[in-house]
Design a protein around this ligand. Structure first.
Ligand code: T1G
Length: 699
C-alpha cells in the first residue's frame, strides 16, 4: 500500500483509504504510507479536509499482530497518530465494521468520527495480553470518562454504534453511502471552520486517587495476576497524573513490558492457531439443509448451532417426548440469546424458522448433512449408519458426534465410508466453539472439507484429528484424569485437586467437570474401552462413585454434594472416606500431596500424551492441540495450551521432570515421548519442529 494509491480527491476533500486485506491491519508499510499521506495532505492548499475510510468489511482491525514478534519499525503508530491529530484541517474518521485496537486509536486521533450501523468499536488488546499502546489510554478517558475507558479496555469487548454515540466516541451515524456522507460532512466542517477537536488536548476528567486502586480491586483475581490488566490501570493512572507526552510514553513502555511477556506470546499464538485455515476449502459441498439425529442435550445443542448459524435443520428423534423436549430446549435457548442481546430480533426469528422436528429417519433423506448424536454405544450407532447409508441422498455427508468410539467401524456400517466423518462437538454444543473433525480411514477430502466449512460457517473452530480412542482431546483428558485419580487414592482430597488446577488457571477442576458431565458417562465409556490400561487403580475413584450411583450434579452427589440447601458444590467427607477405604483395599498408602505435585503430574501427563498423539499423526500440529485444550477443556489461554506451555517450560525440563516421576511412580505411565526426548536433546521446541514440518495434513 503506498500513499499515492490510498488517497483520492473528492473536490477539496481528500479521502485516505486503508486497503490492506484481509482486515486493514496497521502494518509497517501501511503506517509509513499513512504518515507520508498525512504530511502531504496537511500542507496541500487544495485540500480543506481529510476523510479516513477502510476498504472491505472493516475500518481497521488494529496493529498487525504478526509484527509483534519482530523488532518494532518506525514510524511507530503512537507518532503517526500524534501527527494525524496535529493536522491543521479537519480529519473525519468514517467507521464501519471493525475499528479495533490501533484502529480505534486511529479514530480517536481524528477530530470527528462518523460511523455506519455495523460498527464494532473496541480495545481487544487485553485478549492478546497487551494494552492500547498508541494513545488509547490517553484519548479514550478524555472522551468517554474513566469508568467506560476502564471497562472497554479491561474487558476487551467491542461496542456497537449506539453505545459508541452515547459515550461520545462517535459524533454521527451515517446510513447509506458512508463515504459520500463523510465527505459531505467534512466539507461542511471545513466551510464552517469548525474547531479542530484534538482529543488529547481535552482536559482529563476529574479523578480520585483511590479510583485506580478500586479498578485494580474490580479486576477478577485471575486477571490481577496477569501482566496486562494491572498495566491498563497503571496507564490510565498515568493519564490522570502526567502531561500528554509523558502519559503516551508511559503507555508505550507498559505496552512493551506486556509484549515481552510469555502470557502475551501465548495469547498471540492462540490467535493465529484458532484461525489456521482448514484443508481443501474449494472441495466443500454445499450445505443448504441439515438433520440432527437424537434430540438429547448434545443433539439439541448442535441443532441450535446450525439454526443460529444460518442452516435449516430437522431435529429427529424416535420418541415424541424426547423430540418435544429437544425442540423446546432449542427454542428456549434461542429466546434466551435474544433476551440477552446475543441475537437481534430478526436473527432470532430466522433461527426459529430454520428449526423443525421429525419422528422419522426418512426426514434425513434429502438433506446435505446429517449429524448423528444418539446414545454413545457402538452397536446403536452402527445400526443407525446402516440405515442412513441407504436412505440419504448420494453426496450427503454423514457425520457422527461420537466422543470416543471408532469412526471407521461406524463408517463401515454405512456402506459409504467416503461420506462419513466425525464431528465431535463439546458440551454445551451451542456454546462451546470447538469441533474435532475426525478423519476416518475412508473419509473423502470433500466430506472433510464440507465438515470444516460448516463448522466455520456456524462460528466454531474446526480442528482436524485422526481416528483413535478419544481422538485428541479426550485421549489427553484420560492421561490428565488418570493422575488426579491416582493422587486421590494416594491421599489428595477431590477439592484440593480441583483448587490446585484452578489456581494453575484451568477454568474448572476435573472433579467438578466430572460431576457436571455425569460420572456415569465416563463409567460407561470405560466399560466399553477395550484397550483400557490393565491397572486396578485406573479411574478407580470415579468408577467407585458411579457404582454407588453418585453420578454428580444429576443425582445431587458425585465428588461433591449438590443436594444441600442452595445447591452449592460442597465437599463431601463421605467421599473422602470412600476413597480412603478404596485405597486401603488396593493397598495404596495415603500421604499429604502438595498442590505443586498435583499440577505437575496432571499437566506433564497432558503434555506427554499430546506428544505421543503428534508422533502418531492423530493431531496435525502442537498448535491444534493447544486450540483443542483451550477451547474444549478450559486450559488457561494465557499459558497458550499444553504444548505451548511445554515449550515455555523448556522441553529439557519437561523430559527431566517426567523422568523424575518415573523414578517415583514407575515407567508405566512416565516414559517421556520420543518426540520430547529428541527435541530436548537437540535443544529444540515443538513450535520450531512444527514450523519445519509440512503444513497441515492434506494441505
Ligand atoms: N493483525 C494481523 N492479522 C490479522 C489481524 C491483526 N490485527 N486481525 C485479523 N487478522 C487476520 C487473521 O489472522 C486472518 O488471517 C484474517 O485476518 C481474517 O481474520 C497498537 C497493540 C477483525 C473481528 O485484536 O478480532 O492494535 O487466517 O478470520 O472473523 O494499541 O480478525 O485469513 O490468514 O478473524 O472476519 C488489536 C483482531 C491488535 C483484532 C475480523 N486488534 N482481529 O474477524 O476474520 S493489537 C485485534 C479480529 C493493537 C494497538 C494494539 C478479527 C476481526 P488468515 P478472521 P473475521
Amino acid at each position: 500500500m503506498n500513499a499515492g494509491d490510498a488517497v483520492l480527491r473528492d473536490g477539496d476533500v481528500a479521502v485516505f483509504t486503508f486497503d490492506s486485506p484481509p482486515v486493514n491491519a496497521l502494518s509497517h508499510p501501511v503506517r509509513a504510507a499513512f504518515l507520508a499521506a498525512i504530511e502531504a495532505l496537511d500542507v496541500d492548499p487544495g485540500v480543506r479536509a481529510i476523510v479516513l475510510l477502510g476498504a472491505g468489511r472493516n475500518f481497521i482491525a488494529g496493529a498487525d499482530i504478526r509484527e509483534f514478534d519482530k523488532p518494532p519499525l518506525e514510524p511507530l503508530l503512537t507518532d503517526v497518530l500524534s501527527r494525524l491529530e496535529s493536522c491543521g484541517k479537519p480529519v473525519v474518521a468514517a467507521l464501519h465494521g471493525a475499528a479495533l485496537g490501533g484502529g480505534a486509536e486511529t479514530a480517536l486521533a481524528c477530530h470527528y468520527r462518523c460511523a455506519a450501523g455495523d460498527l464494532q468499536l473496541g480495545f481487544p488488546e487485553v485478549s492478546l495480553g497487551l494494552l492500547p499502546g498508541a494513545g488509547g489510554t490517553v484519548r479514550l478517558p478524555r472522551l468517554a470518562g474513566w469508568q467506560a475507558a476502564f471497562e472497554l479496555m479491561a474487558s476487551g469487548k467491542a461496542i456497537g454504534i449506539d453505545p459508541a454515540i452515547e459515550l461520545g466516541l462517535v459524533d454521527r451515524r451515517m446510513d447509506g453511502d458512508l463515504r459520500a456522507g463523510a465527505v459531505a460532512w467534512a466539507r461542511e466542517l471545513a466551510a464552517a471552520r469548525a474547531p479542530l477537536r484534538r482529543v488529547s488536548e481535552l482536559p482529563v476528567p476529574p479523578s480520585r486517587p483511590a479510583q485506580f486502586e478500586e479498578y485494580l480491586r474490580i479486576l477478577p483475581p485471575a486477571a490481577r495476576r496477569l501482566p496486562a490488566p494491572p498495566r491498563i490501570v497503571e496507564a490510565l493512572a498515568a493519564t490522570a497524573m502526567l502531561p500528554v507526552e509523558a502519559a503516551l510514553a508511559r503507555a508505550r513502555a507498559l505496552f512493551l513490558e506486556c509484549l515481552e511477556s510469555t502470557e502475551s506470546r501465548a495469547l498471540r499464538h492462540l490467535f493465529f492457531a484458532e484461525r489456521a485455515t482448514a484443508p481443501d476449502p474449494e472441495l466443500a459441498r454445499a450445505v443448504n439443509q441439515a438433520a440432527v439425529l437424537g434430540a438429547g442435550t448434545m443433539g439439541s445443542g448442535i441443532a441450535i448451532s446450525l439454526a443460529t448459524g444460518g442452516i435449516p435443520v430437522t431435529l429427529i428423534d424416535a420418541k415424541q417426548d424426547a423430540l418435544d423436549a429437544g425442540l423446546a430446549r432449542a427454542r428456549a435457548s434461542i429466546d434466551a440469546s435474544e433476551r440477552k442481546g446475543r441475537l437481534d430480533a430478526g436473527a432470532a426469528a430466522a433461527a426459529r424458522g430454520r428449526l423443525q422436528g421429525s419422528l422419522t429417519l426418512a426426514a434425513a433423506g434429502a438433506v446435505d448433512l446429517v449429524i448423528e448424536a444418539v446414545f454413545e454405544n457402538l452397536a446403536v450407532k452402527r445400526e443407525v449408519f446402516g440405515r442412513l447409508g441407504q436412505l440419504c441422498r448420494p453426496g450427503a455427508v454423514l457425520a457422527t458426534n461420537t466422543s470416543t468410539l471408532d469412526v471407521d467401524s461406524i463408517a463401515d456400517a454405512s456402506g459409504r465410508p467416503d461420506d462419513v466423518v466425525g464431528m465431535h462437538f463439546f458440551s454445551p454444543a451451542n456454546v462451546m466453539r470447538l469441533v474435532e473433525v475426525v478423519r476416518g480411514r475412508g473419509s473423502s477430502r470433500e466430506a472433510l472439507a464440507t465438515a470444516y466449512a460448516v463448522t466455520k460457517r456456524i462460528g466454531k473452530i474446526a480442528i482436524p484429528v485422526g481416528n483413535a480412542f478419544g481422538f485428541v482431546g479426550n485421549r489427553m483428558l484420560y492421561a490428565y484424569g488418570r493422575e488426579k485419580e491416582l493422587m486421590m487414592l494416594e491421599g489428595a482430597k477431590p477439592e484440593a485437586v480441583d483448587k490446585a488446577l484452578q489456581d494453575f488457571g484451568m477454568a474448572m477442576g476435573p472433579n467438578a467437570v466430572g460431576d457436571l458431565a455425569g460420572l456415569d458417562i465416563g463409567f460407561q465409556v470405560r466399560k466399553e474401552w477395550k484397550e483400557k490400561p490393565e491397572d486396578p487403580l485406573f479411574y478407580r475413584v470415579s468408577d467407585r462413585l458411579a457404582e454407588l450411583g453418585r453420578f454428580g450434579q444429576k443425582t445431587g452427589r458425585g465428588f461433591y454434594r449438590y443436594d444441600l440447601p442452595g445447591g452449592e458444590r460442597t465437599p463431601d467427607p463421605e467421599v473422602a472416606e470412600l476413597i480412603r477405604a478404596e485405597a486401603e483395599r488396593l493397598k495404596v498408602k495415603q500421604r499429604s500431596i502438595e498442590p505443586g505435585e498435583i499440577v505437575s503430574r496432571c499437566i506433564l501427563a497432558l503434555i506427554n500424551e499430546g506428544a505421543r498423539i503428534l508422533e502418531e499423526g492423530i493431531a496435525a500440529s502442537p498448535a491444534d492441540i493447544d486450540v483443542i485444550w483451550c477451547n474444549g477443556y478450559g486450559f488457561p489461554r494465557h499459558r497458550g495450551g499444553p504444548m505451548f506451555y511445554a515449550d515455555s517450560l523448556g522441553l529439557a525440563v519437561v523430559v527431566e521432570s517426567i523422568r523424575a516421576l518415573a523414578g517415583l511412580h514407575g515407567t508405566r505411565y512416565w516414559t517421556p515421548a520420543r518426540l520430547l526426548v529428541t527435541l530436548a536433546d537437540e535443544g529444540g521446541t515443538l513450535a520450531a519442529w512444527q514450523a519445519a514440518r509440512l503444513p497441515r495434513l492434506g494441505e
